[in-house]
Ligand binder design. Structure first.
Ligand code: PLP
Length: 325
């Protein structure tokens, strides 16, 4: 095992009168418990196959991309440190170079990650041409030989990694929806590709204005990882709450009510938005539907380090991968 993990992660049925009234069964796939205090959730599932590949190819350095609030960035920093690799994080927004670090970036630096802040246009250009030899040449001239992970870590290996969680859900069939939040689409792509016939995958976008873009990303991952596309998934674009960095009052109210009822603190940027969407959508689902919501990660940042509270960029800008930059 490259990174410690307790698998399979727990699968728990939630008792909730609100959902029972709508004839919906909700189960939580507790991937947040894969490695409490360590690299957990979908970051574990996505990074491990890539770490194996990097080590097998003799790499000593990881390089990746993200916004200032990216969970992927600090997960890569921690994973590199745990595997004895060095790491570089290319961060969107050159204006952040001299700003006080938020929790996420401070954590990355604490794990030895070197941060390079680039302006938004250069960042976008680099990512759009990441697989071009010219881009790779520029990266290697600046940073030396390194294993490059795309924004959010979503490549074919990562999607294959998240596909593994479906093997931990026996007995799926036509009444099943497996639900997860969608940042860059790697997690949803892996789940959809691995589902048995009849079951469907349901993604909840956490980015604003990402309709079309995220669907294209998932299809692209399917083509590169499985050489085909799949018809068994869809993405809801109704519960991003105004953008990745935004946590509107209705969302935080939902999250604290959920926390109080079920004694479970939920990560706000992804998991709360997904569950909010599940609860709002439940009355419209066929009675008898069983929803398995993947708790893709634990709450990370201390409550005080939220936009507007801690140091950091303007809400709705930083941290949002995809077209909403
Ligand atoms: C990174 C992250 C996601 C996004 O996953 P994608 O594969 O990029 O769509 C979802 N949930 C949590 C908790 C995350 O940290």
């Amino acid at each position: 095992m490259v990174l410690p993990a307790a698998l399979p992660s727990p699968l728990v049925t939630l008792t909730d009168p609100e959902l029972a009234g709508a004839g919906i069964e909700l189960r939580l796939k507790r991937d947040d418990l894969i490695a409490p205090g360590g690299i957990s959730g979908n970051k574990w599932r996505k990074l491990v196959p890539n770490l194996r590949a990097a080590l097998a190819e003799g790499h000593t350095r990881l390089l990746t991309f993200g916004g200032a609030w990216s969970h992927h960035i600090h997960a890569v920093a921690a994973a590199a440190a745990a595997c004895g690799l060095t790491s570089v994080g290319v961060i969107r927004g050159d204006e952040l170079a001299d700003a006080p670090r938020n929790w996420s970036l401070a954590e990355a630096e604490r794990n030895g990650m070197e941060l390079a802040f680039v302006d938004r246009r250069a960042y976008r250009e680099t990512l759009a041409h990441l697989d071009d030899p010219a881009t790779r040449g520029r990266i290697e001239r600046r940073w030396g030989r390194c294993y490059v992970l795309p924004e959010g870590g979503s490549n074919a290996l990562a999607a294959r990694g998240t596909a593994g969680l479906v093997e931990e859900l026996p007995g799926l069939g036509p009444r099943d929806l497996v639900c997860c939040p969608v940042g860059t689409g790697g997690t949803l792509a892996g789940i959809a590709a691995a589902l048995p016939a009849g079951a469907r995958a349901w993604g909840v976008a956490v980015l604003k204005g990402a309709a079309g873009y995220l669907e294209d990303e998932v299809a692209r991952l399917h083509r590169s990882g499985w050489a085909r596309t799949f018809p068994n998934w869809h993405i809801s674009h109704t519960h991003h709450g105004g953008g990745y960095a935004r946590l509107p009052a209705a969302l935080t109210a939902f999250a604290s009510a959920f926390e109080e009822r079920h004694g479970l603190a939920i990560e706000p940027r992804y998991v709360a938005k997904m569950l909010h969407c599940v609860y709002d959508t439940a009355p419209a689902l066929p009675r008898g539907t069983r929803v398995t919501a993947v708790i893709t990660g634990p709450p990370h940042a201390p409550a005080t380090d939220r936009e507007g509270a801690g140091p950091g960029p303007a809400p709705g800008r930083a941290g949002a991968p995809g077209p909403s930059r």
